[in-house]
Design a protein around this ligand. Structure first.
Ligand code: ADP
Ligand code: MG
Length: 284
């Protein structure tokens, strides 16, 4: 029998399951005997190949959310589904490529050995892990630096090595926690363009945490805004910019409209009291 979409609803539903579905998720930490609520009633989905940015004040639970999705930290309530299947916390480990905030390179390992690390951790023999990593060095702008140590490299290069380490595992969901957070503005812009180019070719689903509103708009299909702690979703902005994105778009009306909506959702368009909530210094 010929299977078509109309004759095979099961097949159809498998194909349409989102890469990630988070439902009614909340998270707590125990801090000095007290329960601290970090996230509350978080629900959203990311389709295959979709680029979603997550933005919110410092302490709103962005890193916690990524830790939970990757399986490093348990939610206290709610569900995480990957490609239509529900996974317990520890079973999610190894299903995502995760670049944690301040993902440090090991100073005693060369650039190549740092990049190959994720594959080695997965059990791949060192030689083939190094071969796989080396093959991607040119694409990441790292050719010729295989044997350099992290201390000999620029901040942008170190970020790209950490990034390469995350994507080498070839997983269909990429979690990035402020990957360009430590870089100056020029380096950020260069790496944003480079990330977009890579994503256009690989089309993994991406969840990117950033504190930079412009970065979120420029990169993402959708921007999710969290409130201050406990983090709740207060706004979702669908970005109506065509792809491929061009830097000149950041001065256009559509871009400025998105920026206004996002700054408003973050409470940054209301006059803040000195040091009070809503000051830009709290957006990290
Ligand atoms: P963000 O990444 O948005 O800045 P985090 O997810 O790092 O926020 O933290 C959310 C809240 O949870 C913060 O108030 C933070 O202090 C608290 N928190 C984070 N990690 C821990 C931990 N291991 N133990 C106790 N509290 C934590
Ligand atoms: Mg964080």
């Amino acid at each position: 029998m010929l299977l078509t979409e109309s004759t095979s609803p099961a097949l159809l539903s498998t194909r349409q399951a989102p890469r990630l579905a988070v439902t009614d998720l909340s998270a707590t930490y125990l801090e000095g005997g007290e329960v601290l609520r970090a996230l509350e009633a978080i629900s959203f989905e990311i389709a295959d190949g979709e680029f979603v940015a997550l933005i919110g004040p410092s302490g709103s639970g962005k890193s916690t959310l990524l830790d939970i999705i990757s399986g490093l930290f348990p939610q206290s309530e709610g569900e995480v589904q990957l490609a239509g299947s529900s996974y317990a916390t520890e079973d999610r480990l190894g299903h995502t490529a995760y670049m944690r905030q301040r993902d440090l390179l090991l100073p005693w390992r060369t650039a190549l050995d740092n990049a190959a690390l994720a594959l080695e951790v997965q059990g791949e023999p060192k030689r083939s892990a190094r071969r796989t990593a080396a093959a991607r060095f040119p694409e990441f702008g790292l050719a010729g630096f295989e044997d350099a140590y992290p201390a000999q490299l620029s901040g942008g290069m170190r970020q790209r090595i950490a990034f390469l380490r995350s994507v080498l595992t070839n997983r269909p969901l990429l979690l990035l926690d402020e990957p360009f957070g430590a870089l100056d503005a020029l380096n950020r812009v260069a790496l944003q363009a480079w990330l977009l180019d890579l994503w256009e070719r690989q089309r993994q689903a991406v969840l990117l945490v950033t504190h930079d509103v412009d970065e979120a708009i420029f990169l993402a299909d959708r921007v999710i805004v969290l409130s201050a702690r406990p983090g709740r979703i207060v706004h979702t902005e669908t970005v109506a910019l065509p792809r491929p994105r061009a830097r000149a778009m950041v001065t256009g009306d559509a871009f400025l409209g998105h920026r206004t909506h996002l700054l408003d959702a973050l409470g940054l368009l209301r006059a803040p009291g000195p040091g009070g909530p809503g000051g830009p210094e709290n957006l990290q």
